[in-house]
Write a protein that binds this ligand. Structure first.
Ligand code: GLU
Length: 306
């Protein structure tokens, strides 16, 4: 497997020049787009880390699966899905269109509107420090902190998300206060991780919510099932359908260039490749995952999988 991953890294590196780092959060625009790191943590204890796996970057939208998982744990699925749906939206992650033009609550917890609703559930029940502590545990990475520069940079350019948050409030979808929910959301997006941290959470999800090293259950089975399903249907922005066909590995991407993927019962994969395509997905990251999926038969419906 090491050889195949090394080949994926080499081919993936050539793809980085086809994308661009995000600039709408100015701090993200300073990141070197040619970087690429691949981390794999398998249930059997194997670890692969190739390329830029020690570089810290902001988790951005990948935080949405952590918020969703904790809201499911603390509030229960019925309360969570009262004000947010389970359907792919087919729209860009920061769109307000369906929110305004339909009677529906946000389509799913992976778009900004849905994630802000989910964060509003957490505001009254989980202090942010406790949330960070939880993310550290889920990723098996004690060094995760808020990247203050990224946080401040996004806060200085927050108009669109603030518009979404106030629209949500006007429709009665928020549980916590509007500014508190927005602040929780932006802090979550600014958490700094490595591809290794993402592989750690991927492994936990692949292992049904149990930390393989200690055998401790940290997420309920039902939570893990729901999170993985929503990653498969909604995790790659408005490219989720095509990604499911071509790659078939439940994944969540973020505009910081991260990708967190789950090969069920087998491994977690974390990728850092900050050059993005037009939809906001890592160009090299998607390429690497497609390569690995084909070479190792990792597609969820590939019967040749071990
Ligand atoms: N903080 C980013 C935003 O709300 C996250 C977007 C993303 O990674 O998709 O715009």
């Amino acid at each position: 497997m090491q050889k195949i991953v090394a080949k994926a890294l080499e081919l993936g590196r050539a793809k980085t020049s086809e994308g661009h780092v995000a600039t709408y959060i100015p701090e993200l625009g300073k990141v070197d787009g040619s970087q690429l790191g691949i981390s794999i943590h398998s249930i059997t204890g194997e670890r692969i880390a190739l390329g830029d796996t020690n570089v810290r970057f902001s988790i951005q939208s990948i935080s949405k699966i952590f918020s969703l998982a904790m809201a499911l744990e603390l509030c229960g699925p019925e309360a969570v899905f009262k004000n947010v749906g389970m359907e792919p939206s087919g729209d860009p992650f920061n769109s307000l269109l369906k929110l305004e033009n339909t009677d529906s609550s946000p389509y799913n917890p992976m778009i900004n509107a849905g994630a802000i609703v989910v964060c509003s559930y957490l505001v009254p029940v989980l202090p942010f420090e406790a949330m960070i502590e939880t993310v550290r545990k889920l990723c098996m990475d004690d060094d995760i902190v808020i990247d203050e520069k990224v946080y401040q940079s996004e806060m200085a350019h927050i108009s669109r998300n603030r518009a979404i948050a106030y629209l949500l409030e006007s429709k009665g979808y928020l549980v916590g206060g509007v500014e508190e929910s927005l602040d929780f959301y932006v802090k979550m997006c600014a958490l700094s991780v490595t591809s290794d941290s993402l592989a750690g959470m991927g492994l936990l999800l692949a292992n049904d919510g149990i930390l393989p090293r200690t055998g401790e259950r940290v997420l309920k089975r039902e939570t893990v099932k729901t999170v993985k399903t929503i990653m498969l249907t909604c995790g790659m922005y408005d490219g989720s359908g095509e990604f499911a066909v071509r790659v078939g590995i439940p994944s969540k991407s973020g505009v910081g260039g991260g990708l967190l993927s789950v090969v069920d019962q087998e491994m977690g994969i974390g990728i850092f490749g900050p050059a993005l395509d037009a939809k906001g997905n890592s160009v090299a990251g998607e390429y690497v995952l497609e390569y690995l999926s084909r070479s190792l038969h990792l597609h969820i419906f590939d019967k040749r999988r071990r």
